[in-house]
Write a protein of this length. Structure first.
Length: 317
């Protein structure tokens, strides 16, 4: 009760005005949600733990108290997540990595009705498709993803990166439905759109698409394509967001898993060791992403007969 009162005082003293003072304040555990969006009200530091946090007026009519993650710290260092910005926090598919999307000043967005309506149309179908995908409703997600591709293509043109985002979503859903050829074709088209942008060495979305496509190639047994795509993606992510970002570390784990499949055990072990060191520094040894890394490395040790190391990793998961 005392901590809730402290947060209310911080908000009153330093934050933006709340749309409705009756909105409840709730602590949000990002591990338990897929995404949340809304307007940043205030940043602060918890007096008991020393951890930084922000308070977000969500589109779900709640005030969310959210403790910083490494991805949020990184966004703040870039000047994002400012007070009164409209932001979306969303976990990347099949990972514990948080995608931070700052859409700019909330009041400015509201002043430009055309921009607002077009943004809503672009995001609505794609986000519903992602929601269906994450809740295993793949047939419905496919329809919505196809709508998102059509809407964004009409509004922005086929060569826009937003179209690539929707194509990648559609491709992933098609893969889950077992339509591998069609799924890969959509993902390859998304990649081609980003390849037309420049400079690629700073195109983080391009790097992420490469990693996603690499995993799909691996899934269908196209190992040479997978290896080449992992290398391409890691070369991008090594520059942006950089080796100190969890997205790079998670991609190293994926590449190590591929090397294990190929029987390149020494290379896989080196990749796991690099990823583990980075993940521990970035997220700590209690984070789910670090636990997933330990589980994967333990499987490698078991496969090559190093029972002692495998048991040590399994005990620490």
């Amino acid at each position: 009760m005392q901590r809730t009162s402290d947060r209310q005082r911080t908000l009153a003293a330093h934050g933006s005005l709340i749309s409705d003072e009756r909105l409840p304040i709730e602590v949000l555990d990002l591990r338990q949600v897929t995404s949340v969006e809304g307007r940043v009200l205030v940043h602060g530091q918890d007096e008991q733990t020393g951890r930084n946090y922000l308070m977000l007026e969500g589109t779900d009519a709640k005030i969310h108290f959210i403790q910083y993650t490494p991805e949020m710290e990184d966004a703040r260092s870039r000047g994002e997540l400012r007070t009164n910005s409209f932001v979306r926090l969303q976990k990347l598919s099949d990972t514990t990595i948080l995608d931070v999307n700052d859409l700019g000043d909330a009041e400015e967005l509201l002043k430009h009705s055309r921009h607002l309506s077009e943004t809503a149309r672009k995001l609505f179908a794609n986000d519903l498709a992602l929601l269906c995908r994450d809740s295993d409703q793949y047939p419905e997600g496919r329809k919505l993803a196809e709508q998102a591709v059509a809407i964004r293509t009409k509004l922005l043109g086929r060569g826009d990166p937003s179209v690539a985002e929707s194509l990648n979503t559609l491709g992933g859903i098609l893969v889950f439905l077992g339509e591998y050829d069609q799924g890969i074709a959509r993902m390859e088209e998304a990649l081609a759109i980003h390849e037309s942008q420049s400079p690629l060495e700073f195109n983080e979305e391009f790097g992420t698409l490469c990693i996603n496509l690499a995993g799909t190639y691996q899934r269908v047994g196209r190992y040479a394509n997978a290896e080449a795509m992992f290398e391409k993606g890691l070369n991008i992510l090594r520059v942006k967001p950089g080796v100190n970002h969890p997205a790079y570390s998670a991609s190293l784990v994926g590449y190590a898993y591929l090397q294990t499949d190929l029987g390149h055990y020494s290379a896989a072990e080196k990749l796991y060791d690099e990823a583990g060191k980075l993940l521990r520094e970035q997220l700590g040894d209690q984070h789910p992403a670090y636990a997933a890394f330990l589980n994967n490395r333990a499987a490698l040790y078991a496969q090559i007969g190093n029972v002692t190391m495998a048991e040590a990793d399994y005990r620490n998961v």
